[in-house]
Design a protein around this ligand. Structure first.
Ligand code: URA
Length: 245
């Protein structure tokens, strides 16, 4: 156990910048028992992040919470007032609605993993800025790589645009799953409206419930392995070269 913690901490430190090394997709990360250790070690590291100016105004980093072995991961926008104080994502009104919606499909918070695009609260809950997203995104990639979810449900525009890599907004793509490669694995990306959008709009709540209702089916769906990478054969050395040895 101690060796696993030390390995996780060392690897977390080694992979702090950008996408982690492929080697870390080893049996250690694939072993469900050690995923939470790796995630905890990575959370410790991110707790001291100063990659963008939001570090100056935060109470604490809101890394993410839930089940490190979850098949379903949600990605929201950024911590708000309550999240910043408590260090846990989605604990305010939108979080209560998220819990209700999860309950509607027979799941609880502890069954899923919840994270945000930004790990620190933007002042006054303003929208994330492009440079903040860019500074923070490697943390999210690493979380996805460690958790290895089957389905990543993006809540609202910011998470959807970042994880799809496309500028198309949530109104056009909500409820439409697509296979993408995230964290080195094929996953189903499933954009849905942000629960905050449905807090005061009953019509939106119905759309959100309908989109949630499809999650169990998506979680059971088989996702194709990544297409094999074609490596061109290297031309054989001329015989005359071989003769030199
Ligand atoms: N709380 C979060 O943690 N994220 C959001 O996107 C909204 C509220």
């Amino acid at each position: 156990m101690a060796a696993a913690v030390a390995a996780a901490a060392a690897a977390a430190a080694a992979t702090s910048a950008g996408r982690p090394a492929e080697g870390l997709h080893s049996s250690r990360v694939d072993d469900p028992g050690s995923r939470s250790l790796w995630l905890a070690a990575f959370a410790d590291q991110v707790a001291g992040c100063t990659k963008c100016a939001l570090a100056q105004g935060r109470t604490q980093v809101v890394f993410g919470s839930g089940n490190a072995d979850a098949d379903l991961m949600f990605v929201g926008e950024a911590p708000g007032f309550h999240e910043d104080k408590q260090g846990v994502p989605f604990v305010g009104a939108a979080g209560k609605l998220l819990e209700q919606l999860l309950g509607g499909i027979g799941l609880a918070r502890d069954d899923v993993y919840i994270a945000n695009v930004l790990k620190c609260r933007p002042p006054g809950n303003r929208d994330p800025m492009p440079e903040e997203i860019e500074a923070c995104e490697s943390h999210l990639w690493r979380q996805i790589e460690l958790i290895q979810p089957r389905v990543v449900a993006t809540l609202g525009n910011f998470a959807t645009k970042l994880l799809s890599g496309k500028p198309t907004g949530i109104t056009r793509v909500h409820g439409q799953e697509q296979e993408v490669t995230l964290g080195g694995r094929r996953v189903l990306l499933y954009p849905i409206y942000h629960p905050a959008a449905a807090l005061y709009t009953p019509r939106m709540l119905e759309v959100l419930k309908d989109d949630f209702a499809r999650l169990p089916e998506l979680m059971g769906r088989k996702v194709a392995p990544p297409a094999p990478v074609y490596v061109a054969p290297v031309a054989a050395e001329p015989a005359v070269q071989l003769g030199l040895f």
